[in-house]
Design a protein around this ligand. Structure first.
Ligand SMILES: [Zn+2]
Length: 267
């Protein structure tokens, strides 16, 4: 990957939501190296890799792979029903170097309102690490009763935990924005949703939410490998620029909010 690509803009970019591409043959280390190269090519300074238990690698292998790449940090995915989930979270954070917990209630088939889920989310908060929860209302989840209320209740019960709701709740974005205004430990990323709903009124709703939240507590994520990182960045910036979002506000979305959230002082 060439490093000669011009920087996309005058500030560093943080991609707060990516995955390793498990279709890449050759282990997690190769997948991480390729991802790191894509970040260099796209001008992304740091990316948060969300480990997924469904991927064909042991968590230790993923941790080593991330540790070997200068632009990557990781969130560990743990099922709250695992009897040793608390021990695994401690091990992942304290020994393997992960910096947060990833939960995917839809794909992992659990209920966020269960005590086991809340206990794990609370433990993350006690340990001082954030939790990212998938919040994209696809047809399966809608049919199962997806509700913004579930996320709100969880955040209220786990007030010490900073919780990122991934994908901004999709077309429920206004509900999520209204909830986040009342619950200070909630944050949002707009990965996947901004481009998934391209050319629909939901994009206008998302932009309305950003404005209404004064561009605070909101992070950019590419959700790679769903799409190439550089393509997501280009398309997202084109939408923002076309809609008149000022460079100072774009800076918050692409960089400053995540930098502050993670308290990174080196970028
Ligand atoms: Zn994702």
């Amino acid at each position: 990957m060439s490093k000669s690509i011009e920087p996309l803009c005058e500030f560093p970019i943080i991609d707060a939501h990516v995955h390793l591409d498990s279709r890449i043959q050759g282990g997690a280390a190769l997948a991480a190296r390729k991802l790191n190269d894509f970040m260099v090519g796209a001008g992304v300074t740091r990316a948060v890799v969300l480990h997924l238990e469904s991927q064909p690698w042991q968590v230790e292998e993923v941790a080593d792979a991330i540790a070997g790449c200068d632009r990557l940090v990781g969130f560990v995915n743990i099922h709250p029903h695992a009897p040793d989930c608390a021990k695994r979270l401690r091990h992942a954070i304290e020994t393997l170097g992960f910096i947060g917990l990833k939960l995917h209630p839809r794909l992992q088939h659990f209920d966020l309102e269960e005590e086991r889920s809340r206990n794990l989310v609370s433990l993350a908060g006690e340990m001082g690490v954030a939790v990212i929860v998938d919040a994209f209302p696809d047809g399966d989840w809608l049919a199962m009763g997806f509700s913004p209320l579930v996320f709100a209740r969880m955040a209220q019960k786990c007030q010490k935990t900073r919780i990122i709701l991934a994908h901004f709740g999709g077309h429920h974005c206004i509900d999520f924005m209204m909830i986040a205004k009342r619950i200070p430990n909630l944050y949002l990323d707009f990965s996947y949703s901004l481009l998934y709903y391209y050319d629909s009124p939901t994009v206008q709703s998302l932009l309305y939410c950003f404005r209404s939240m004064k561009y605070e507590r909101i992070f950019f994520g590419s959700d790679y490998p769903d799409r190439p990182v550089a393509d997501v960045l280009d398309a997202s910036r084109a939408i923002f620029t076309e809609c008149g979002i000022l460079p100072t506000d774009q800076r918050k979305l692409f960089y400053e909010n995540a930098r502050k959230f993670f308290q990174w002082t080196d970028i």
